[in-house]
Design a protein around this ligand. Structure first.
Ligand SMILES: C[S@@+](CC[C@H](N)C(=O)[O-])C[C@H]1O[C@@H](n2cnc3c(N)ncnc32)[C@H](O)[C@@H]1O
Length: 295
């Protein structure tokens, strides 16, 4: 016969986030009394509540976990068809990157702002192709530190207050980050503020298939770029669906679920999120928005 007593808990907590989703894993240590009277110390990982995360501190933890092994990064690069050294923390596939880079219309000597840049992978690749300068801004100090480790100009700032002067950049790209803004109109106005007249904005994100669908996270539901970008002052606004990017995205989550996570925290996080994302996959559509600052 066995008796069980809990010695302590909450020894460790871990956060994962792609789409602002977090699951806290708690390491619970128990003492089990065996039939011979000996006590065995047993640790097990208890999976707690899923909740949403939007704070810089939560993203800091997530970036620290993500770089603890290369397995998740390798899987993302392979399934999304990205260049071999691009560090992505989004779901933008290689074909989408080509389209985003072309839509930014950048040339040598110009300046690109990658807002919500994470580790800076996409901005760096776009700037390399266009031979232009890059400034990356993210509110996670850990992401900015990891981006800076490869060189370049990466700064801590927010989607609504990036810290750059007025009319100081030729283009702004926001890859899979706009959903996190507390104020979408505020973030759009910030992009317009830093753009030179005629400068380009390119945003990739998701919007609800049905804006009234309460099962979709409210941070996606309050995004309607076709309406909000013109209201913020942008011209030449185009918002188009990209279902083919979504097919690649689904493949990434399917492969993540099929992989052996083997205790790798980044892969465990990815599988947690994959289950949640796949369960609600058809409630959102993939969108690409392009717009210009008035000339
Ligand atoms: C899904 S990741 C995308 C990162 C990067 N654009 C990429 O594609 O690899 C979202 C990023 O937005 C950043 N972020 C979230 N809310 C933010 C805010 N209010 N201000 C600035 N950055 C924010 C997070 O730290 C994270 O790096």
């Amino acid at each position: 016969m066995m008796s069980i007593g809990t010695d302590n808990n909450d020894v460790a907590a871990r956060t994962s986030s792609y789409l602002g989703l977090t699951r806290r894993h708690t390491l619970v240590q128990m003492s089990i009394k065996t039939g011979t009277g000996a006590w065995l110390a047993v640790q097990r990982l208890s999976v707690g509540m899923i909740s949403r995360v939007t704070s810089a501190a939560d993203f800091d933890r997530w970036y620290a976990d993500r770089t603890s092994s290369t397995v998740a990064d390798d899987l993302v690069r392979r399934t999304l068809g990205l260049p071999p050294d691009l560090e992505s923390t989004s779901m933008l596939c290689g074909v989408a990157l080509d389209e985003v880079a072309a839509a930014l219309s950048l040339g040598p000597g110009q300046v690109l702002l990658d807002l919500g840049c994470g580790r800076g992978g996409y901005g760096r690749e776009i700037a390399r192709r266009a031979s232009c300068s890059l400034i990356g801004v993210d509110f996670s100090a850990v992401a900015v530190e990891q981006a800076s480790a490869r060189g370049g100009d990466f700064r801590v700032g927010t989607l609504e207050a990036c810290g750059l002067p007025d009319a100081s950049v030729d283009a702004v790209v926001v890859i899979d980050a706009l959903q996190f803004a507390d104020s979408k109109p505020g973030a759009m106005r910030e992009c317009l503020r830093v753009l030179r007249p005629g400068g380009r904005l390119v945003v990739t994100c998701w919007q609800p298939v049905d804006p009234a669908d309460a099962s979709v996270w409210r941070k996606f539901r309050d995004l309607d770029m076709a309406v909000q970008l013109p209201e913020a002052g942008f011209v030449d606004v185009s918002v188009v669906d990209r279902p083919e990017w979504r097919v690649v995205e689904r493949r990434m989550w399917d492969e993540a679920l099929a992989a052996d996570a083997a205790g790798d925290p980044a892969m465990v996080s990815m599988q947690t999120e994959a289950r949640h994302v796949l369960a609600t996959f058809d409630t959102k559509r993939r969108v690409l928005a392009t717009a210009s600052a008035p000339g």
